[in-house]
Design a protein around this ligand. Structure first.
Ligand code: IVH
Length: 692
């Protein structure tokens, strides 16, 4: 190469390196922080390898912040961090059988003696390190940046298959075991179905769902999501055996869930057979896998082989190709959901993919369409991989027709009602703002209202709702209660029998508990769990309607996004009128029991009890707080609403309350707040003490 050509190619390399770094930083962020990657792992790894190769050729362009210089971080706010005793490294990945053979050959010549390879599945979840001391789980840490991770012990404890205390056996006094936390396919599908109903963004795949779940600050939410875990790596000073496989079998005896699909192989042919077998069989597993991990079995031999900077020489991962197919983009349609969110959907020439025929794929939002530079008639790659909803990952530019089709553009107006679409700052989605008269929004809200987890009305599927809507019988959720047997029976395909069933379901719905009514009315971001929390802490629709941002955000689990959505919902007179109509119809608008002498006078308040009291014991005050919708908390903090102060309140508490400007409320005042007249009977648990 002449000098000039070399300079030119050097310039091109430099530009490509900069471009790749920028791209990979973005993909990293999507993957680790937002949990919604835009490219497949395959593509990501290919770009990373291209960058790594270019950087090797150009050491002068070294940058400590290049995406190749770190192993991705999943550190998040809200958790304490802990340093790993042994760094959590990654594995060299390959998609290529020849590279597996090369690795086997390399190991063989480095060891120059017989060796066994332990073949196992590469589970596609998130890695976790568990520390056990004296047979008890003491700490669970995520991988983080490989050097330190988040301490998520309380969340991990909710995973049933992780032993908190080991079965008696000869386990080392102190050891670490690593593995993968996973969300089984069935739980993943259930979770996404729920999220779809409450129009929360769907998780792209079980890995993101597992990772999103483990990062929840509330272990109760984690417990509901039914995570699973497989352990695959034992570390410690005094392990029972020299073989990795044998150690895992020992760990299985101590109570760990270890894969029973591990296999020790002696020849490369056996390894290849294992890979070929699982490449198809993995589809029958209950959890997602994305490859095979090969490990030299003997720990002594592992030590001889040692580590490179970020991965061991004694192991390699063979990754399965995500299944993808090339097909033609026929058209793009835009769907309007119940909250007005507009989703672009690609209509494809039908194609077989992982055992099903795919005709449609999601295009997510305007940015994704723009990034793909889609044109009608393009040949596109559709991929399912770990995902349920197929997506378009790439346009095959080589097969773009000479007569290029129209460029796909996001629409400006609602395809259903013509309203001008809006995009909220910081959000990727476009919305149709015409909530009151855009048909799919109206029908969507009714479908949600009658659905099983909401009012659970039999016989009212989307088609029936459409019939009623077309006939002008229902245009909001309260209209359902005005339907008559005659109205229903005169609809096509519906006879008297269905009419009577539907009416029974409608009548029965008046007994549906308040928390489900709250979920059913479809306030944005108020899914099932949030509705339960709100119902429990505020007790009634009136209390929720009157609660301001401050009261709402004082409730555990309720953040500004949810609170803002509730306040804005009740800020619209049409919604208030609708809720009033539902109340008049007789729906449950209070938590059961709340009406019988219970109130919501302390709704949303966090109250600390301190000192001794005259009229009730502390225990009784605790109950009174809860009965009135408040929450008794132990420590004074910035979020404490007030301190119920008896006499002998500790001076440090008093000082803390004063410094944070937290009001002190005495017994008499408190009893007034909850509408109880203090009688003159002193609390017989305490001596008669001076009032505060
Ligand atoms: S062994 C020193 N075994 O793959 C490497 N890892 O890219 C120790 N993984 O972060 C890891 N299944 O999260 C190992 N059977 C398996 C695995 C496995 C999945 C994950 C793990 C690790 C990543 C490496």
């Amino acid at each position: 190469m002449g000098n000039f050509a070399r300079i030119l190619s050097g310039m091109e390399d430099r530009q490509r390196i900069m471009e790749l770094r920028q791209l990979l930083h973005r993909y990293n962020q999507q993957y680790y922080v937002q949990n919604s990657p835009e490219v497949s792992d395959f593509e990501f790894d290919a770009l990373m390898r291209e960058l790594s190769g270019l950087e090797d050729r150009h050491p002068e362009l070294y940058d400590a912040n290049s995406p190749t210089q770190r192993v991705g971080s999943d550190l998040s706010k809200g958790f304490v961090q802990s340093k790993h005793r042994y760094p959590m490294l990654s594995l060299d990945n390959t998609y290529n059988e020849q590279e597996v053979r090369d690795w086997f050959q390399r190991v063989s010549s480095l060891l120059n003696e017989d060796f066994e390879v332990c073949c196992e599945l590469k589970y596609d979840g998130l890695s976790i390190s568990l520390i056990y001391e004296d047979g008890k789980l003491v700490k669970a840490v995520t991988r983080g940046d490989g050097v330190q991770g988040d301490v998520v012990t309380d969340n991990i404890r909710t995973i049933r298959c992780i032993p908190l205390v080991l079965q008696p056996g000869s386990y080392p006094e102190s050891f670490e075991i690593r593995g993968e936390v996973l969300m089984p396919w069935t739980s993943f599908e259930r979770l996404n179905a729920e999220r779809e109903l409450s129009e929360e963004p769907l998780f792209a795949n079980p890995r993101n769902a597992a990772s999103g779940t483990l990062k929840q600050l509330n272990p109760a939410v984690v417990a509901q999501r039914q995570l699973d875990a497989y352990l695959y790596y034992l570390l410690g000073e005094k392990l029972p055996e020299d073989g990795h496989y044998e150690n895992m079998m020992a760990a299985a005896n101590w109570g760990f869930k270890v894969s029973d699909r591990m296999k020790k192989c002696r020849t490369i042919q056996e390894v290849m057979d294992y890979i070929a077998y699982w490449d198809t069989e993995r589809r029958n597993l209950p959890v997602a896998t994305d490859g095979i991990v090969l490990k030299v079995n003997s720990l002594r031999q592992q030590q001889i082989l040692g580590f490179k900077a970020k991965s061991p020489r004694w192991a390699i991962a063979y990754k399965f190709q995500a299944e993808r197919q090339l097909t033609r983009l026929e058209s793009v349609s835009f769907q309007v959901g119940r909250t007005g969110a507009v989703t672009p959907v690609a209509n494809l020439e039908p194609v077989q993919l992982s055992g099903t025929v795919v005709k449609r794929a999601t295009l997510h939002n305007a940015d994704i369409i723009e990034g793909l530079d889609l044109h009608i008639g393009d040949m596109v790659y559709v991929e399912k991989g770990g995902e349920i909803i197929p997506k378009i990952t790439e346009v095959d530019l080589d097969s773009r027709p000479m007569l290029i089709g129209d460029k796909v553009r996001f629409i400006d107006t609602c395809p259903e009602c013509g309203a001008k679409l809006i995009r909220y700052p910081g959000e990727a989605a476009h919305y149709c703002p015409n909530t009151s008269s855009c048909p799919p929004q109206i029908k969507g809200r009714i479908e949600h209202f009658v659905s099983r987890k909401a009012m659970n009305m039999d016989g009212l599927g989307p088609e029936t709702i459409d019939l009623f809507y077309q006939a002008g019988l229902v245009s909001d959720i309260a209209d359902i209660y005005s339907l008559t047997a005659k109205d229903i029976a005169r609809m096509e395909r519906l006879g008297e029998k269905s009419a009577s069933n539907i009416l029974k379901g409608i009548e029965k719905s008046k007994q549906v508990p308040f928390e489900r009514v709250l979920y059913a009315i479809g306030i944005r971001f108020v899914g099932e769990t949030v509705a339960k929390i709100l119902a429990r802490s505020l007790g009634s629709m009136t209390a929720i309607r009157n609660a301001g941002l401050e009261t709402l955000t004082a409730i555990d689990e309720i953040g500004e996004k949810i609170a803002g959505s509730i306040v804005s919902f009740f800020g619209q007179p049409a919604n208030v009128a609708l809720v009033e109509r539902l109340t008049a119809i007789g729906l449950q608008m209070e938590t059961a029991g709340q009406s019988e002498g219970q109130g919501s006078a302390l709704a949303g308040k966090s109250i600390v009890i301190s000192g001794v009291f005259e009229h009730h014991s502390r225990e009784e005050y605790k109950e009174l707080i809860e009965k009135n919708g408040g929450k008794n908390v132990s420590g004074i903090s910035g979020t404490t609403s007030f301190v119920l102060a008896g006499s002998n309140m500790g001076p440090s508490k008093r000082e803390k309350a004063q410094s944070l400007d937290i009001p002190l409320v005495d017994e008499t005042e408190f009893l007034k707040m909850i509408g109880e007249k203090p009688d003159n009977t002193p609390n017989n648990n305490n001596e008669l003490l001076l009032p505060f």
